[in-house]
Design a binder for this molecule. Structure first.
Ligand SMILES: Cc1ncc(COP(=O)(O)O)c(C=O)c1O
Length: 349
């Protein structure tokens, strides 16, 4: 098959059964490898969907400029798409942006704007403020605004969900990490219509405010957010599972070492959530999503020295075998709960 452009290679990602990281109760965990998109993540689909929509409705004209706040995968996807379609791309990020990301997007010719002053919740809001300044100063600039752009969940409802149905058919639960809420909301929209009994589990970082929990800091990249994103359709999420840094990171490292799947921290978190769900639901067939490639975390959470420097060495070491990880997922510190239970817990303080 000859693709007319690299953009035609976005999507049609494989699903792989986990053979060792599993609960031995008749359940199975199937991992959808969004890491296999050309810029390495689920965000390639989102970025392309937002750009094509903006081209169609005239917000983005030939030779125009795309400006977005991203220190990760959306930036990588936009940088690739900008190169392939001839747009200038400016990414607003902060000093914590991984060097690998900066080098990656620079290779595609994207420009970086580094915001240096955080506010009380970190860099996310100051970065958005800078995006607005740049938009005002750049005629014809387009802001994809992935947190509140219907084209983000739409591509997953119209494309990714059907790939899962084609490859997997019937299944019992979807487990997906939540950042902007784009992929879980889009997938759930279609899959709940096609498989009415299927349960959706949103995996969030311990400390994230996506579902209203009190804010704390967390380390994992990709999932978690300091506010509730507009794209997150909470009514489509049946259960929420807060995953701690060491749980998600330990799972991602074992996916590499025991399954040969080099995936990111949020994939580890999703698999940890899937293991927890499998313990509670013997015999169930679970689809989890691996949002990005583990290459993003080399020299970081795949590196023992880095883990020690970030105070996670012992906690990750305590989950360093499949047996320990699977056992920890049976009764984690924050078991999954319904949204009703979440709101009761949050209101009772
Ligand atoms: C690595 C990673 N995991 C998870 C997510 C969350 O995906 P979504 O924004 O669709 O909720 C993202 C989004 O940026 C991501 O980059």
């Amino acid at each position: 098959m000859i693709n007319d452009s690299v953009l035609d290679t976005i999507g049609r990602t494989p699903v792989v059964r986990l053979n060792r990281i599993r609960v031995d109760n008749g359940s199975e965990i199937l991992l959808k490898l969004e890491s296999r998109n050309p810029a390495g993540s689920v965000k390639d689909r989102t970025a392309l969907s937002m750009v094509l929509e903006a081209e169609r409705d005239g917000r983005l004209k030939p030779g125009g400029t795309i400006i977005e706040s991203s220190s990760g995968n959306t930036g990588k996807g936009l940088a690739l798409i900008g190169a392939a379609r001839g747009y200038r791309v400016i990414l607003v990020t902060d000093p914590k942006a991984p060097a690998s990301m900066v080098e990656y997007v620079s290779a595609f010719g994207a420009e970086l704007e580094i915001v240096k002053e955080p506010d009380e919740t970190g860099y996310q809001r100051p970065r958005l403020n800078r995006v607005h300044e740049l938009l005002a100063a750049t005629p014809g600039a387009f802001w994809p605004n992935q947190y509140d752009n219907p084209a983000n969940p739409k591509i997953h409802a119209e494309q990714t969900a059907y790939e899962i149905l084609d490859d997997v058919g019937q299944f019992d639960a979807l487990v997906a990490a939540v950042g902007t809420g784009g992929h879980i909301s889009g997938l759930a929209e279609t899959l709940k219509k096609k498989l009415p009994d299927m349960v959706t589990v949103g995996v969030d970082a311990k400390g994230s405010r996506a579902f209203g929990f009190p804010y704390e800091t967390w380390l994992m990249r990709g999932l978690g957010i300091a506010w509730k994103p507009e794209n997150l359709q909470t009514e489509l999420v049946d259960r929420v599972h807060l995953v701690a840094d060491h749980e998600g990171i330990a799972a991602s490292r074992l996916l590499a070492r025991r399954e040969g799947l080099l995936v990111g921290e949020s994939a580890g978190a999703a698999v940890f959530g899937a293991l927890h769900h499998a313990h509670d639901n013997p015999g169930s067939r679970i689809v989890a999503v691996a949002p990005d490639d583990g290459g993003n975390y080399l020299g970081e959470s795949y590196d023992d020295e880095w883990l020690r420097a970030h105070g996670l060495g012992d906690a990750v070491a305590a989950l360093a075998t499949t047996e320990l990880l699977v056992a920890a997922a049976k009764d984690p510190a924050w078991p999954s709960m319904t949204l009703e239970q979440v709101s009761r817990l949050v209101t009772s303080g």
